[in-house]
Write a protein that binds this ligand. Structure first.
Ligand code: AMP
Length: 503
């Protein structure tokens, strides 16, 4: 199927072509016609499936039609994170660039000065992309009128709810006209998502594609056994030998991200950090430099990298193990997006072995263990190494080489142990509850930062159009067939939710 056959307007076809999108992805070819018919929609789609264009293109088409009739039909897209807000805002800007008139869009998220957003909101933008907390702040100051919003998108609904935005979403819904079209996108379907779907969707069409709960087949998954103290040296070695142009490296803590970045930089590797404590401008700059190829390695924590989209990212490295099977898929899903191939490498030290096995079990996969010459673990789990370990990569070594390698490794281990002591790191949580608590602290810190950092306002082009009467809305359909899914109800997520609820 071509984009032509989706009956998109010429300016939209031009921008799709300018993006190099030759054919629509599955979610696009299924969702776009339904959205253009004015239907409500509940769609399951894996990360990187092209879901943003699946709702942005029909929203822009709808704007073009309503503006022709002299109306202003607004759209509101709610997203869980500022990174995603930025991405969706950029997609709107890019896909709408050859439209006349250009729809006015506003991206609203925390972590930046609220006043410019308030000013921009007063002008009744045609398309609003927002994180719920900041939008509600603006609503509460009576600075935004949402009465013209006749299309609502909940993007990454499972994450919106896992981050505790249910009440804010409820409050925002009260500001919207009852007659509107609703689109709900979610990677997974825990009971909360089913509940909100039942509450807001009106006889929705259902699109059930592959979900994020299984790793994409286009991603080559590798697991390399290595001692903890050797991981940075191994990373440097792989950067040299594997020819990866850009690598997103996941670590457990921001302090570790900073330490490793400093070590890589010392060796002339262009590396940067991305974590939740950075000011918004620095996060944006780090991401832009990485996307532009100015930085080769981006050291990220899970909270900061949640939902980010980096086109053509060849490789992701799990320096520290992911905390759950869902986080594993989420991390590796940053590569191999939109059908491209990608590599996901996990470092496995003896301390992480069991955790990694659980992840494999959960996803019903078995990843062959590799060992790299010069980085063979001294503390390997004998059970783990016997059957699955592949032969060491590289040529055979002489006795002399071996003894100097052991010597070099010992001194590297001593140096890295010292560094870990010099710069104390948060120990790995021992229980699921501790793990969840750590995550809560991170989320709360992010929210605090969102409230306190001033930054540049989003800029609006100057145009205005008038509202049209929305199509009639039927009674809500109480029973959705999509069943609650277990995948986000793993013990870790449950613990996290409990703690968030308590707070
Ligand atoms: P999303 O799932 O919306 O985050 O999109 C993931 C990536 O896929 C983005 O970088 C898009 O630019 C890209 N993309 C979206 N639609 C297509 C398409 N039809 N063909 C190729 N790439 C696409």
């Amino acid at each position: 199927m071509s984009f032509d056959s989706l009956k998109l307007l010429a300016p939209l076809l031009r921008s799709v072509e300018a993006h190099g999108h030759a054919i629509p992805t599955t979610i696009q070819e299924t969702a776009i016609p339904l959205v253009m018919q004015g239907k409500d929609l509940i769609a399951a789609s894996e990360t990187g499936s092209g879901k943003t264009a699946a709702f942005v293109l029909p929203i822009l088409q709808r704007f073009a039609h309503s503006s022709l009739g002299g109306n202003q039909e607004g759209s509101l897209i709610l997203v869980p994170t500022r990174e995603l807000a930025d991405q969706v805002g950029n997609a709107i800007r890019d896909y709408s660039q050859s439209m006349i008139p250009v729809p006015r869009h506003l991206t609203i998220f925390g972590g930046v000065d609220i006043d410019p957003q308030i000013e921009a909101a007063k002008a009744r933008p045609d398309v609003i992309v927002a994180t719920p907390g900041r939008l509600l702040d603006i609503v509460e100051r009576q600075a935004i009128d949402l009465s013209h919003v006749t299309l609502l998108v909940l993007d990454e609904t499972d994450r919106l709810l896992a981050l505790g935005f249910a009440d804010q979403i409820d409050a925002i819904l009260k500001q919207l006209p009852a007659l509107r079209q609703n689109l709900l996108f979610s990677a997974t379907f825990p009971p909360e998502v089913v509940e909100i779907s039942n509450a807001i969707l009106n006889d929705p069409e259902k699109i059930q594609l592959e979900t994020e709960s299984t790793p994409g087949e286009n991603i080559q998954q590798r697991a390399i056994e290595v001692d903890r103290g050797e991981r940075t040296a191994l990373l440097r070695h792989l950067l040299k030998t594997e020819g990866w142009s850009r690598v997103l490296v996941f670590v457990a803590t921001k302090r570790r991200a900073a330490n490793i970045t400093a070590k890589l930089s010392k060796h002339g590797i262009r590396a940067a950090v991305l974590h939740g404590d950075l000011k918004q401008e620095r996060r944006t700059r780090a991401l832009e430099n990485f996307k532009a190829g100015n930085t080769q390695v981006l050291m990220a924590t899970d909270s900061a990298a949640r939902g980010i989209d980096i086109a053509n990212l060849p490789c992701v490295v799990n320096y520290d193990p992911p905390r759950s099977a869902a986080v594993y898929v989420n991390r590796i899903g940053r590569t191999g997006r939109a059908g491209q191939s990608g590599i996901a490498v996990s470092f496995i030290s003896i301390e992480d072995y069991q955790q990694f096995q659980l992840i494999e079990k959960r996803h019903e996969i078995k990843i062959e263990r590799e060992r790299i010459e010069g980085f063979i673990p001294t503390q390997a789990d004998p059970n783990a190494l016997l059957p699955s370990a592949t032969p060491v990569k590289g040529k055979r070594k002489s006795k002399k080489d071996k003894s100097s390698e052991v010597h070099a490794r010992k001194s590297r281990n001593r140096a890295s142990e010292k560094q870990e002591l010099d710069s104390p790191q948060t120990p790995f949580p021992e229980t699921i509850e501790e793990d969840a608590k750590e995550q809560v602290v991170m989320i709360q810190k992010e929210r605090l930062i969102e409230k306190s950092i001033p930054a540049e306002p989003s800029k609006l082009p100057e145009q205005a159009v008038e509202p049209v009467v929305p199509t009639a809305r039927k009674e809500p359909n109480p029973s959705l067939e999509i069943q609650p899914e277990k995948s986000v109800s793993d013990p870790w997520t449950q613990a996290l939710k409990k703690i968030l609820e308590k707070d």
